[in-house]
Design a protein around this ligand. Structure first.
Ligand code: PLP
Length: 270
């Protein structure tokens, strides 16, 4: 069905989306986390989806369209069509659409040797809807353009107080002497708390590792033993350079990268 140009997702970014990695077996190990964030986003926007099983049905259609190949299914849910200007119609009829496609190709060199990051110029401003994958992603679009213009592999976004928050489409972890660190996005009121970040946080805690979540000045990253970025589609990518600072690819990061790949590949052999 063609998208109605009066759909509020198109007109105002009035909706949410998720990009779900699907294994060749058809499994989607992170779907429960994606689904929870999607439903949370809909609640935060006040979009009533009378039947949440529409989400599972749309995902299943997208998975079937992959025809047994590994790939991604993107689900977008908007408030639907209509209303007077910004004021939403009551009741609204949400639109649920899916798209499926292959996995993005990340050079093997990035996986093995790590990414070169640059510092994005514009800060990430606090946002009442931070944490949800809503359709208003202009700060990330502008930051991604900057990354391409500068020839970096990814860009680090800072808070208005110049604290590292996340990359354009990935979350940040760092290893310090006796703990792992991730930026406290809730405290910053900015950024997207990724489902891979939540999965890795839980994995590290289950292994008995210490994970600290707070906000730190940019200068503290220099003293980290190593850094990595993560998201639900590409998994874990080490960082080797940010501006003038360099880090080795830690064995512990390689191991997390490997175990994440295994997790994303699903438990069923194909
Ligand atoms: C701005 C932003 N931050 C973080 C992430 C990582 O989120 P996830 O692990 O849920 O893929 C994404 C994913 O696209 C993102 O767009």
């Amino acid at each position: 069905m063609p998208l109605n140009p009066r759909d509020r997702g198109f007109a105002y970014g009035d909706g949410v989306f998720e990009t779900v990695r699907v294994a060749a077996s058809g499994e989607q190990p992170l779907w429960p986390r994606h689904r929870a964030r999607l439903v949370g986003g809909l609640r935060a926007l006040g979009i009533a989806l009378p039947d949440e099983s529409r989400l599972d049905a749309a995902l299943n259609e997208g998975v079937a369209a992959l025809g047994g190949e590994a790939g991604v299914v993107k689900l977008t849910v908007t408030r639907g069509v209509g209303g007077r200007g910004y004021l939403p119609p009551v009741p609204a009829q949400p639109t649920v659409v899916w798209q499926s496609g292959g996995l993005p190709v990340w050079p093997e060199r990035h996986r093995r040797e790590g990414l070169v990051l640059g510092l994005c110029q514009a800060p990430l401003y606090p946002d009442l809807l931070a944490g949800f994958k809503h359709l208003n992603r202009l700060p990330q679009v502008m930051a991604r353009r900057e990354v391409a213009r500068q020839g970096w592999d990814e860009g680090l976004l800072l808070s208005t107080r110049r604290q590292p928050l996340e990359a354009t489409s990935m979350n940040l972890f760092a290893r310090f002497a006796n703990h792992w660190w991730m930026p406290d996005l809730d405290a910053a009121g900015a950024g997207v708390a990724g489902v891979m970040r939540a999965h890795l946080h839980e994995t590290l805690l289950q292994r008995g590792e210490k994970v600290v979540c707070d906000l730190r000045p940019l200068s503290q990253l220099r003293t980290a033993d190593g850094l990595f970025l993560c998201n639900s589609v590409v998994g874990v990518l080490p960082v080797r350079k940010l501006a003038q600072w360099h880090w080795p690819v830690l064995a512990s990061v390689r191991e997390l990268q490997q175990s994440t790949e295994t997790f994303l590949a699903g438990s069923l052999k194909v």
